[in-house]
Design a protein around this ligand. Structure first.
Ligand SMILES: Nc1ncnc2c1ncn2[C@@H]1O[C@H](COP(=O)(O)OP(=O)(O)OP(=O)(O)O)[C@@H](O)[C@H]1O
Length: 273
């Protein structure tokens, strides 16, 4: 029987203090023909509105699984996941996802690709077009709006994919290794660009990355995970001043934080930051 008075959304009405995501004792088990995988266990995490959170950890520690659960694309096997105080009920226009494989449709122009989510969600066309123009302008793609993806560099395609993720004006941006396929220079350039875009827009952002420096430079909080089964080793507040830029990486505190995270990943035990 469905008892509405037990609905967690009624126990936690949304307020400005309500986390964008509240994750409590979440575990995820995959059952496949080849066996059972405990991908996540005992995950507790609160993501405050407007914050930038990165998740780092060795391959297979369940980072993508956690992101898919937050996106409403996978169900947790156990535990509670609330978005702004309400139980998740699938994907939402308020939560955009950007993947490493940015999958721009090759037969559409950059502008059409970026507009697509606004059309899928039936958003007003003129306001969406203006927003898309502004996003393309902000990311230096205005002159390429009518080009096809094949005519753009890898970095430009990634920018277009970021614009597309922002086109519905989501409250949350989930990014799964968005710069993974790019060369080191483009990657650094784009992560600084993402930092500038985020500092302007202040969307809640959750980034999965293998790059510890990138995680520390961008984030308010870095979540370090360990594999088999995936669990959180430590949640590290990044107490570096904002706004941040290339020079932030030269601060002694930056090195201290990145070294601490490296130690946690390569020998996952408590280290004092
Ligand atoms: N759809 C699925 N079916 C079965 N097992 C899965 C599925 N998705 C993930 N897994 C398993 O769950 C575990 C966590 O995978 P996940 O992709 O979340 O890790 P990850 O930390 O994102 O890895 P990577 O950094 O390599 O992308 C792995 O052991 C993986 O094999």
């Amino acid at each position: 029987m469905n008892l509405p008075y037990l609905d967690p959304s009624l126990l936690a009405p949304p307020t400005t203090q309500t986390p964008i995501f509240h994750v409590s004792r979440v575990s995820k088990t995959y059952e496949t023909a080849s066996g059972t995988t405990l991908a996540l266990t005992g995950i507790d995490l609160d993501i405050p509105p407007g914050s930038f959170v990165s998740i780092v950890g060795a391959s297979g520690c369940g980072k993508s699984t956690l992101l898919k659960i937050l996106a409403g694309l996978e169900d947790a096997t156990e535990g509670v996941v609330l978005r702004e105080g309400r139980e998740l009920d699938g994907p939402s226009r308020d939560v955009s996802i950007g993947f490493q494989e940015h999958v721009l449709f090759p037969w559409l122009t950059i502008e059409q690709n970026v507009m697509l989510p606004t059309e899928i969600y039936g958003m007003p066309a003129e306001a969406s077009r203006q927003r898309v123009q502004e996003l393309l302008r902000m990311s230096g793609l205005a002159d390429f709006a009518r080009r096809k993806p094949a005519e753009l560099s890898g970095g430009m395609k990634m920018r277009a994919a970021l614009c597309r993720a922002l086109s519905t004006d989501p409250r949350v941006l989930l990014l799964d290794e968005p710069f993974g396929a790019l060369d080191a220079l483009t990657r650094e350039e784009l992560s600084l660009e993402l930092l500038r875009m985020w500092e302007k827009a202040r969307k809640t952002a959750l980034l999965i990355t293998h790059d510890i420096d990138e995680a520390v430079l961008l984030s308010d909080t870095v979540v370090v995970m360990s594999p088999r089964p995936g669990r959180i080793v430590e949640i590290i507040p990044i107490d570096l001043p904002r706004p941040r830029n290339e020079e932030t990486a030269a601060l002694p505190r930056f090195t201290q934080l990145t070294q601490h995270i490296r130690k946690l990943i390569f020998s996952p035990r408590k280290e004092a930051a």
